[in-house]
Every structure is written in C-alpha cells, then in structure tokens.
Design a protein around this ligand. Structure first.
Ligand code: FAD
Length: 292
C-alpha cells in the first residue's frame, strides 16, 4: 500500500532502521523490526548508505521485511556517487520485489570527496531523483526536509523552496531531520505553509542513546541540542543507561506535544534498538494503528 493512502486515513507511527556493516548482521535487523511489530507500525524504513558498502544489505532487509507480509516498507534511496543507470537499476529491483514506497534522497558524498561536483551521469539533487521516479515508476514518494535548515543551505527560505519543489515534482509527503526543540518543527510548518506546501510533513524523532553519539549526529546534520538538555547529557556523559533514560523522557515529551498538535505521524529513528521506542510508545499509548 502507498503510504500516502495510509496517511489519508490515519496518523502514522513509523520506524527507521539502518543496515549492518557485515552480511551476518542482516538477520538481527530483521529480528529487531519483527520485535517492534507489536506496536503495529504503519510503515518501516531502512536507510541506504550513500557512501556504498552496505547498499546491498539495505535492499535485502527491505525486501525481507516486505516478504514478511505484516508491515509496509519504505526503501531509502540516495543518488550521490552512483550513476543514473545504477539508481534506475535499484528502483527496478525494488519494484520487482513489490516495494511500493521510496524516500528519495540526495545523500552525502563519501568522506574525502565532499567537495567534488556531481558527475554528469549522476542526479545532483533529490529533486532530480524524485522527478525521475515519478516519470518512470509507480512508487509512493517521500522526501527529506530540515527544521533547522540543511547544513549546506544558504537560508531557511531557500531550503523550503526546494522542499516545495519536491512536492511539485511528485513527493507525497516529507519526513524531517531529527530535532530536539519542537519550536523548530513548528517554525518549519509555518514556512512550509507560506511556501504553499500542502503535503503531510512527518516529524522525525531520535531518542538519545549516548552523549558523544548525539553530539556527533547533531554536528553532522546541523541540528542543535537545547542548552538545558545538553547540560543533563554532559552531567551523565559517562553513564549511557542514565542518558538513555533522559533520551526516553525527552523524546516522550516531544512526541506527546507533537501528537497533541496534530502531526500527521511520527517517524522514530530507532537506531536498531527496541528499548527506548518501546518505552516511549507504551508511555504515550500511541501506535497500534493510529491511537487517535
Ligand atoms: P537535497 O534535497 O538535494 O538537498 C541538499 C541541499 O541542496 C540542501 O541544502 C538543499 O537546500 C539544496 N537543494 C535541494 N534541491 C536543490 C536543487 N534542485 N538545486 C540546488 N540546490 C538544491 N542519508 C543517507 O545517506 N541515507 C539515508 O537513507 C538517509 N535517509 C534520510 C532520511 C531522512 C528523513 C532525512 C531527513 C535525511 C536522510 N539522509 C540519509 C541524510 C541526507 O542524505 C542528507 O541530509 C543529505 O545531505 C541531503 O539529502 P536531501 O535528500 O535532503 O538532499
């Protein structure tokens, strides 16, 4: 089923997984997704390594989850550092496997090649990939957007103009980058409305697991950690269990506020762990097909 059709009926809960580095980790990811089935996610997704290496595992996990038959699956697909032909080939395989949804992304060039311009046979931006998918396939399409702006964007307004292009070229909905202060998400909604974006925008929520890890993630993706939260993370920087509990508490409050404010869904970056997201969903009594 296309996710846009699910979104037209109910608010969604979704989980994002990432592929392992080695093939023998594939069953573990499939198992983690299976264990979270008790929350009846409306869809799950598997990230795609823009730098290569794990791409085959992404396809394999995506297809295995689809074959289970009890969850809707969205494939992530990035287009940097791959030719148009290669990207087209991935889309053909996904289609042949019965995958109906794709999130179309640019991705980041592998380390050491960040400043290289895209090759002539590459899609330069997610917008080009979205256009290609819409013209050649029948997938439901999602795109990414950024409550605090993308790291390379000149301004928040430019960023939102490209998000609008994603809608115009065929994206059905958008999922946001992680953020830790909901006011950034509500600001994005205001800018999106002013720019004429009418497709659903689903907030992405990442429950914090460790202080150094979240500092690394946020510095890479340009998100910020509010000072009161950062102070607590600093205090327990050596104690991952305590930080995980802080992460659950913060993400629960974020999700509660987002849900109360009528978001079309919440996409959890679960980092292949079940503990935090299970606590959050149990505390909130959401999930299990809607929970509205
Ligand atoms: P784009 O939309 O192409 O945007 C990149 C930059 O270019 C922005 O600054 C934008 O303002 C600008 N821009 C956009 N369109 C144009 C245009 N037509 N002309 C000129 N400038 C333009 N990364 C992975 O490697 N694998 C994943 O599976 C993955 N999944 C993600 C899922 C979500 C929900 C999100 C939010 C991010 C994900 N990422 C993933 C990270 C993403 O690949 C990076 O943020 C990347 O730097 C940008 O990807 P994009 O699709 O937003 O690119």
């Amino acid at each position: 089923m296309k996710i846009k059709d699910i979104l037209s009926n109910r608010r969604t809960i979704s989980f994002e997984f990432f592929p392992p580095r080695e093939a023998d980790g594939v069953p573990t990811v499939v198992d983690v997704a299976g264990r979270l089935q008790r929350f009846a996610p409306d869809f799950v997704s598997v990230t795609y390594g823009a730098g290569g290496g794990t791409r085959a595992f992404t396809e394999e996990i995506t297809m295995r989850l689809k074959r289970r038959g009890d969850m809707e699956v969205m494939a992530h697909l990035t287009c940097v550092a791959q030719s148009r032909e290669e990207v087209h080939g991935v889309l053909q395989r996904l289609q042949a496997a019965g995958i109906e949804n794709v999130i179309a992304l640019r991705g980041d060039r592998p380390p050491g090649t960040e400043d290289e311009p895209p090759g002539e046979d590459e899609f330069a931006h997610a917008t080009e990939l979205i256009q290609h998918i819409r013209a050649n396939f029948d997938f439901g399409i999602a795109g990414a957007c950024y409550p605090e702006g993308h790291t390379e964007s000149i301004s928040l307004d430019t960023d939102i103009a490209y998000a609008r292009q994603k809608q115009d070229l065929g994206a059905d909905f958008l999922i946001t980058q992680l953020f830790y202060d909901n006011s950034h998400f509500y600001g994005l909604l205001d800018r999106a409305a002013a720019a004429g974006i009418t497709i659903p925008i689903i907030p992405g929520v990442l429950p914090i697991l460790s202080t150094p890890q979240i500092r690394r993630f946020t510095s890479l993706c340009g998100a910020t950690i509010p000072s009161h939260l950062d102070a607590r993370l600093e205090r327990f920087a050596e104690d991952n269990r305590a930080v995980r509990e802080i992460g659950i508490e913060h993400a629960t409050r974020q999700a509660e506020d987002l849900w109360a404010n009528g978001v079309p869904g919440i996409h959890f970056y679960v980092l292949n762990r079940t503990y935090s997201v299970s606590h959050i969903l149990t505390d909130l009594h959401i999930g299990g097909h809607g929970g509205d």
